[in-house]
Design a protein around this ligand. Structure first.
Ligand SMILES: O=C(O)CCC(=O)C(=O)O
Length: 291
């Protein structure tokens, strides 16, 4: 049996890419893939057979690669496709990056066994949620095609003096602060890593907007005047990590950086803790063996 990974890896080598001002720990890695790789991945995802696509109640489309979870949170595994494992070998690259960052080469701190693809048309988002305990508390999300802003939210006690809150789906007695704790600008080809309490005690979501407006600080946000129907500006915690001089210069300017959202596709690399040995065949044969 392979040794089990440490529960909370310290991603020391990623420290320069740590997003400060958010709960520990989130990391932003710009330009994780090339433009050619981005194009290829977008094409492979778009060309996936129709049955691979699912549609959420809000109309967002998604795909699962590597298998799906049973109701009790066990992965019924399927092989990942070659366009994630061979060329480009993104899944292995994510594992190598995180292993090297944790100083445990070859002993997977993540061990990608499922990749969730989300496709957001402009105006679509994803409500604040946790990925939950079925997955290892370390996930990495690759952004393709368009930028977006991801928000980190926290739970609030129902007995706290009434700040604006969002009732949580299915989480009885848990309310979510409507005002996010922080924002992260996700540029195309970047990798965003969530671990520790940022993963397991907080929620992440994307506001359903068709454009983003990022300003340099809270004073600029307070002074900003929104146009008719325009979303309010946000301050992002990773402005110094974007490795994109024009975007950073625009954020630092008095007007801030505004961008229409195009269609964005994200790939979330994660590890389901329980996996059915033998995959779908074991289900058909009625043998529920878990690893
Ligand atoms: O698209 C993203 O960046 C986030 C995706 C996500 O939160 C999820 O699928 O659970």
């Amino acid at each position: 049996m392979p040794p089990s990974p440490p529960p909370e890896p310290t991603l020391d080598a990623l420290k320069p890419m740590k997003v400060e001002g958010l709960p520990p720990a989130a990391y932003y890695i710009p330009n994780f893939i090339t433009e050619e790789e981005e194009e290829l991945l977008l094409r492979k995802i778009a060309d996936s057979p129709q049955p691979k696509w699912r549609t959420t109640a809000t109309g967002r489309r998604l795909q699962y690669w590597g298998g799906t979870l049973t109701k009790s949170g066990v992965l019924v595994p399927e092989p990942l496709p070659e366009w994630l494992t061979a060329y480009p070998d993104i899944a292995a690259r994510v594992d190598r990056l995180l292993d090297a960052a944790a100083g445990v080469e070859g002993r997977h701190v993540l061990g990608v066994n499922q990749v969730l693809v989300n496709e957001y048309a402009p105006g679509q988002g994803i409500s604040p949620h946790e990925d939950g305990p079925a997955f290892r508390p370390l996930v990495a999300t690759l952004s393709l095609g368009s930028s977006s802003v991801l928000d980190l939210h926290h739970y609030i006690s129902p007995s706290a003096p009434s700040p604006p809150m969002i009732p949580a789906d299915g989480a009885v007695g848990r309310a979510i602060a409507a005002v996010p704790l922080g924002h992260v600008l996700l540029l195309p080809r970047s990798l965003f890593v969530l671990s520790g309490s940022a993963y397991s005690a907080h929620l992440h979501g994307i506001a359903p907007r068709s454009a983003d407006w990022v300003v340099r600080d809270e004073a600029a946000a307070a002074a900003a005047v929104e146009g008719e129907g325009e979303a309010p500006p946000v301050v992002v915690a990773n402005a110094g990590l974007l490795a994109d001089a024009p975007v950073q210069a625009a954020i630092a300017s008095d007007a801030g950086w505004r961008a229409e959202r195009g269609t964005r596709v994200s790939l979330t690399f994660r590890h389901a803790e329980k996996s059915l040995k033998g995959g779908a065949f074991a289900m058909v044969g009625g043998r529920m063996q878990r690893s």
